[in-house]
Design a protein around this ligand. Structure first.
Ligand SMILES: [Zn+2]
Length: 344
């Protein structure tokens, strides 16, 4: 009960890429880079195991950015043709690659990475992929002409990839959809359909599907945006009922220091809920008691067997020792609540 997990990413070792940076440049190339990434995966798997995390991930050490890892294995994208777009409804400007033809998967993209992680941990393994709506919001389109068509094309590619990863022994495939918080009407319109298409058939392979929704890393553009959202982040009031009706098994969201009204978790009845109990936007390490408080608050709306203590979001921009301390706080806080439940 109360199995712990993480949203996905962890800081990369400084010898692999520049620390505390998004889009950090690699320090190696080619075969040397692959070897270094594998070494880093061993480190982050061990860090999670030592901290007592039950469902571990490769920390996303094999990819430079959570969206662009998968894109490099897809035909129809011109990485040289950069277009400046305003992503997440213009919250930030970014120079992004451009879709210039039909998108098609060239072959397995993350299979070797997942197989490596699977061979080196006995814990349950989670693997993260960007969701179709978030991909569409992070790339320029000069071919499809409308976002739903492009999203469905990416959903088919993600589904091929996800089914292969599940067959390799991945226990949870999580699709990261921070864009779900930004385009609420489009989630119900086509976002959820694209997400379900990406996850189709995972259950038959014994693999759970998850979606991570959030208000972003602790970078300035996100902090500024959050400041405009008022005292209550009520976006989920519209999104959660749609997710509750969907075929997706698990929903991951931020609950530590967030202004998401905790009672909204009640709208996710029937789903596993990955409750973010670690704030990734602060250098302050939670006390175990603070983590326990967040879990206890969520337990009022989510049954214990469906509650998974988790981090709010990816920890890739954090200092490494800070991230390790936060993992330990997560499991220590969870242990407090487990003991309380056992005593009841
Ligand atoms: Zn996130």
């Amino acid at each position: 009960m109360l199995q712990t997990t993480i949203a996905g990413s962890l800081p990369k070792p400084a010898w692999l890429a520049e620390p505390e940076t998004l889009w950090a440049a690699w320090r190696f190339a080619g075969e040397e880079l692959w070897r270094a990434q594998c070494d880093a995966a061993l480190v982050v798997l061990k860090e999670q195991e030592d901290a007592g995390i039950d469902i571990v991930s490769d920390g996303e050490v094999f990819r430079q950015h959570f969206v662009h890892g998968v894109l490099h294995g897809i035909d129809g994208i011109d990485f040289e043709r950069k277009t400046t777009i305003g992503i997440r409804a213009d919250r930030y400007k970014a120079e992004v690659p451009t879709v210039t033809g039909p998108v098609r998967r060239l072959g397995p993209i993350h299979g070797a990475e997942a197989a490596f992680s699977r061979a080196h941990t006995d814990r349950k393994l989670k693997f993260t992929l960007p969701g179709p709506m978030t991909i569409v919001d992070t790339i320029a389109d000069a071919h499809y002409g409308d976002r739903p068509s492009l999203a469905m094309a990416f959903a088919d590619i993600l589904n091929q990839e996800a089914l292969e990863l599940a067959a390799l022994g991945v226990d949870v495939i999580q699709f990261d959809e921070p864009a779900f918080n930004v385009y609420l009407d489009q989630v119900a319109g086509w976002g959820i359909e694209a997400l379900e298409r990406a996850a189709d058939g995972l259950g038959a392979l014994g693999c759970k599907s998850a979606v991570h929704i959030c208000y972003g890393y602790g970078i300035q553009a996100n902090l500024d945006w959050k400041a405009t959202l008022g005292d209550e982040w009520a976006q989920y009031r519209e999104t959660f009922p749609v997710l509750a009706r969907s075929a997706i098994d698990q929903v991951s969201l931020e609950c530590a220091n967030s202004k998401v009204p905790i009672e909204l978790l009640g709208l996710l009845a029937g789903k596993d809920v990955l409750v973010g109990a670690i704030d990734v936007a602060t250098d302050q390490v939670e006390t175990p008691e603070q983590v326990a408080d967040t879990i206890r608050a969520a337990l009022a709306y989510v049954p214990a067997e469906r509650l998974y203590p988790c981090t709010n979001c990816g920890m890739v921009p954090l200092q490494r020792d800070l991230a390790e301390a936060k993992l330990q706080a997560l499991t220590a806080g969870t242990a407090i609540v487990r003991a309380e439940l056992a005593a009841d």
